[in-house]
Design a protein around this ligand. Structure first.
Ligand SMILES: NC(=O)c1ccc[n+]([C@@H]2O[C@H](COP(=O)([O-])OP(=O)(O)OC[C@H]3O[C@@H](n4cnc5c(N)ncnc54)[C@H](OP(=O)(O)O)[C@@H]3O)[C@@H](O)[C@H]2O)c1
Length: 385
């Protein structure tokens, strides 16, 4: 989401780049500095493709040097790891939009994951609020998740808050807890704010290369489980293992008539950008796909693309599990069954409809054709394995 957000802002300012200044809060990685990571995102092949092949490479390079400030931070560190002097220096720049997207997105269960989610998502957001208290921020934007709503059925409004304390995992709980901190802080301080809640993010489907994404979790993670298992059993190279037909007797429990709300990352970034710059009325927005993707389409679609046979739908978790099923329901199945077997609901995105119509923004459906594009791209990256 972060890369798509950045690219979308730059794309919209290509004709007047001098009017855009960005402060990127981020981390360096291994040997790569934050500045170099951002340069790769924007001026790497996929970034250039997002911006449009006619861009002036040199001009963007200058923009990244002159108009972008790179602030190394970590949501786990006291004061975010930013020195007081630097914070004072940042106060000289009035900020139109402060977008907080960083988070731990680990859906796994367990005490240690819960602790990390609490530190990064909740305490980290608290630290971000302490930071903006020292800056001149005109509008605060928080990216939450649609699935913090829990297992609710029917129409879910964008300002719905799950007060049941029933969540599928600590990720959902901590993302909502952080959202509530943002609301409380902003209301108290009279700060303008918006909350965006994306559903399940998939690769790009509006800006080429289609399928582009840099992390293969959530639905991709579900697929990667089966691909990894197949490759490990066959003991073949990725390419030969993928092509080989393989029988895997697994019964997957999911709601047959149900679906998952899967939204392309570029579409979500475009919605967010337009809401902010058009100053749309409202504080809460679902960034979702108007058309749900049936579970059997994307789940069994991935299995088919991996040339795995024998995976079947069942309405209940089987009691007489074979070895693979035991493994599945203890690991990936444990994380995903609450999503793929959930009560059907519908995230209400009516407050975006006038804008999307005006802008001609149409969310790509995860049709069989688009699913193929997502899978093909993910396979070029070996599903992150
Ligand atoms: N993926 C989904 O399906 C989905 C759905 C709904 C909502 N969201 C929300 O969308 C936002 C972006 O998620 P994403 O899917 O794009 O995940 P992502 O690629 O893992 O992005 C998370 C970002 O948070 C940063 N981050 C993690 N721990 C950090 C720390 N300790 N200090 C500073 N930065 C840290 C990561 O930095 P590095 O790059 O340095 O690791 C990364 O840039 C999150 O708020 C997430 O909750 C995601």
């Amino acid at each position: 989401m972060g890369s798509n957000t950045l690219l979308e802002w730059i794309k919209n300012y290509l004709l007047n780049l001098d009017d855009l200044e960005i402060i990127v809060l981020g981390r360096s990685k291994k040997e790569q500095s934050l500045e170099s990571r951002i340069k790769d995102i924007v001026l790497g092949t996929e970034g250039v493709s997002y911006l449009g092949s006619s861009i002036n490479f040199k001009e963007i390079e200058v923009f990244l040097k002159r108009n972008v400030k790179y602030v190394k931070y970590d949501l786990r560190f006291p004061g975010l790891g930013i020195s007081d002097d630097y914070k004072k220096a940042l106060r000289r720049f009035p900020i139109d939009f402060f977008i907080h997207e960083g988070a731990s997105t680990d859906l796994r269960l367990g005490a240690s994951i819960s602790e990390i989610s609490q530190i990064i998502n909740v305490s980290g957001t608290q630290k971000i609020l302490e930071l903006i208290n020292q800056l001149l921020v005109k509008e605060f934007v928080y990216v939450g998740t649609a699935y913090s709503c829990g297992d609710v059925s029917g129409d879910v409004d964008p300002d719905f808050i799950n007060r049941t304390d029933e969540f599928r995992n600590s990720y959902e709980r901590t993302k909502l807890e952080a959202e509530l901190l943002v609301r409380e802080y902003a209301e108290k301080k009279g700060l303008k704010y918006r909350i965006f809640r994306p559903s399940v993010i998939c690769g790009r489907l509006m800006e080429s290369p289609f399928g582009a994404i840099n992390k293969f979790d959530v639905i991709y993670g579900w697929g990667a489980f089966f691909l990894k298992l197949k490759l490990k059993t066959l003991k073949m190279s990725f390419e030969s293992g993928l092509k080989t037909n393989y029988q895997m007797d697994v019964r997957i429990c999911f709601r047959k008539e149900g679906g998952l709300n899967i939204v392309p990352a570029d579409y979500a970034a475009k919605l967010m950008f337009q809401v902010c710059v058009q100053n749309l009325p409202g504080k809460n927005f679902y960034l979702v796909n108007p058309i749900e993707t049936p579970h059997d389409r994307y789940l069994l679609g991935m299995i088919k693309a991996f040339n795995i046979n024998g995976v079947r739908w069942v309405s209940n978790i089987p009691n007489d599990q074979n070895r693979i099923e035991e493994f599945y329901y203890k690991t990936v199945g444990r994380i995903f069954t609450p999503y793929i077997n959930a009560t059907p609901n519908r995230f209400n995105d009516k407050n975006l409809r006038v804008m999307t119509k005006r802008q001609g923004l149409i969310c790509p459906e995860i049709s069989d054709i688009n699913l193929k594009k997502l899978i093909s791209y993910a396979l070029t990256k070996r599903f992150g394995l």
